[in-house]
Design a protein around this ligand. Structure first.
Ligand SMILES: [Zn+2]
Length: 264
């Protein structure tokens, strides 16, 4: 619940630091994912993105300087998942680190024998528990097509998943949701995806989803927002769980939009 003091602070930010209308229109026009939202949804997104841009610190990495358009773009796309949930769902972390392109990350891991190994990999995004959200600007810029790949949605799905501990493919569910229903829906989809991969069938979700339940959830979120009809047709029970979780129905919104276009 937002206290009156927090609400007052938010209203002050909205009045003084609002993402300028011209810039906002430019950002929306460049993102088909956002341009297809209804006018009231885009207005609410404008408020939320303004608050996110003011509350998180944006840093450029590897000599990159983050400008106002890049901040507005990341904030706008980043607020889509929490449009009906609120900014509180991004609590517990404070900064967004932006690299110009893919970045090299070193991670240490301990094997079963207790030996520590170092792994170096090239990444386009990363999210650590309580740590920064790390993104590659090049991949955000190249990722505007509605193809089911969106690094911001992916990494923020991990952030939501982390709110209740380990990245395990289950964020904190709302009171009117059931952990059992969630588990059943995702397990059935996971098994179907494994079978499809084994026989070389066209996958509903990118194969990367089968890395772990946490990745399965993050990849499902990308497709849920970008190609909602594909997820709805492929894994209807997963779609239904995500609809209840995000409190948005993108498949219905897309269908209604294409109907109204036909009638024009
Ligand atoms: Zn991931």
């Amino acid at each position: 619940m937002t206290s009156w003091l927090a609400r007052w602070r938010q209203e002050r930010i909205l009045a003084r630091k609002r993402i300028a209308d011209d810039l906002w229109r430019e950002v929306i026009a460049a993102q088909p994912l956002l341009a297809r939202l209804s006018v009231p949804a885009r207005q609410r997104l404008h408020d939320l993105a303004t608050l996110l841009a003011a509350e998180k610190r944006f840093y450029g990495a590897a000599g990159f300087e983050v400008d106002a358009r890049q901040i507005a773009t990341i904030a706008a796309l980043g607020c889509l998942p929490i449009l009906e949930l609120g900014l509180d769902w991004y609590r517990g972390w404070y900064s967004i680190l932006v690299y110009p392109g893919a970045f090299r990350a070193r991670h240490e891991y301990r094997d079963d024998a207790g030996l520590v190994h170092e792994q170096v990999s090239d990444l386009i995004g990363e999210a650590w528990d309580s740590g920064p959200l790390i993104l590659s600007w090049e991949d955000i810029q190249d990722g505007t097509a509605l193809d089911g790949y969106n690094v911001i949605l992916h990494e923020l799905a991990h952030k939501l998943d982390m709110l209740n501990g380990a990245v395990n493919g289950m964020p904190p569910l709302h009171r009117d949701m059931s952990r059992q229903d969630w588990t059943r829906a995702f397990t059935a989809a996971w098994n179907a995806a494994r079978t499809a991969a084994a026989v070389g069938q066209e996958p509903v979700l990118d194969r990367y989803a089968l890395e772990s339940p946490g990745e399965f959830f993050a990849v499902a979120c990308e497709v849920y927002f970008e190609l909602p009809e594909r997820l709805h047709d492929g894994y209807p029970l997963v779609y239904e769980q995500l609809r209840r979780f995000f409190r948005q129905d993108p498949a219905r919104a897309v269908a209604a939009r294409s109907r109204s276009h036909r009638e024009e």
